[in-house]
Design a binder for this molecule. Structure first.
Ligand code: ADP
Ligand code: MG
Length: 243
């Protein structure tokens, strides 16, 4: 399998606080990597460094052959190929679902209205919300809003999708639908990095699980190994708390 993401010796500090302390990670095209670990271990910062929402202090991040950490890179062009879905859905509350899905396609990708709307409807159908095309975000449940946010990202035709605890803000009964959409996306071959506390999802969908603590990857491997038979004491302690 070809490599999509290559991270070498990635370090990130906020002032004196070293949050990422040397991350090496390669993600192949089509691979689903779940990142688990305690709060404050640097999971969000890692994802944010992969699309340069945070500027790494040092190290290299390469996505699809483009080095994002090269000072001369066209960062907007590079970022366009990476979708990100957050815990808070960040929809534009004053825009309809359709407009939420078309605005960046039109402004950033310069697609015409007809094409942008076609792509939007296609992706809404993909997340099971074709009939909500004219709704306002406030009329939707949290789970539906998160699925719209996923459809909005997909409308930009990303090569890589980053998910940062996409179900953590949802009522428990709404989590399953969002995980179902993510599972479908994984089955369709999308390359995904997913920070999650949903261990069952990680076990069923991840090709690889990373356990982070204190800004380093403590261990990684197939889900059955890392979650089912962790080698490190820190992993065991964490899992004992969340399982
Ligand atoms: P996680 O997602 O694993 O909970 P984060 O990556 O969000 O961890 O944060 C790791 C550490 O970095 C935490 O101690 C957090 O307070 C700190 N941190 C994150 N972002 C910033 C920032 N912009 N400025 C200062 N400290 C930050
Ligand atoms: Mg986080």
């Amino acid at each position: 399998m070809s490599v999509l993401v290559e991270i070498s010796d990635l370090r990130k500090s906020f002032g004196p606080l070293q949050v990422l302390r040397g991350i090496d990670l390669t993600v192949s095209r089509g691979e689903v990597v779940c990142v688990i670990g305690p709060s404050g271990s640097g999971k969000s910062t890692l994802l944010r460094c992969v699309n340069l929402l945070e500027e790494p202090t040092s190290g290299r991040v390469v996505v699809g052959g483009v080095e994002l950490t090269d000072p001369d890179v066209d960062i907007d062009a590079a970022r366009r190929r990476i979708g990100m879905v957050f815990q808070q859905f960040n929809l534009f509350s004053h825009l309809s679902v359709l407009d939420n899905l078309t605005i960046a396609q039109r402004k950033v990708l310069r697609r015409g209205r007809a094409e942008a709307e076609r792509v939007a409807r296609e992706n809404l159908a993909r997340v099971g919300l074709a009939e909500k095309v004219d709704a306002m975000p406030g009329q939707l449940s949290g789970g539906q809003q998160q699925r719209v946010a996923i459809a909005r990202s997909l409308s930009m035709a990303p090569e890589l999708m980053l998910f940062d605890e996409p179900t953590s803000a949802l009522d428990p009964e709404l989590v399953g639908d969002v995980l179902g959409v993510m599972r479908q996306l994984a089955d369709d071959g999308m390359t995904m990095m997913v920070v999650t506390h949903e261990m069952q999802f990680a076990r069923e969908v991840a090709d690889r699980v990373l356990f982070m603590d204190g800004g380093v990857i403590v261990e990684q491997g197939p889900a059955d190994q890392v979650i089912g038979a962790p080698r490190h004491e820190r992993t065991r302690t964490f899992l004992a708390r969340v399982l």
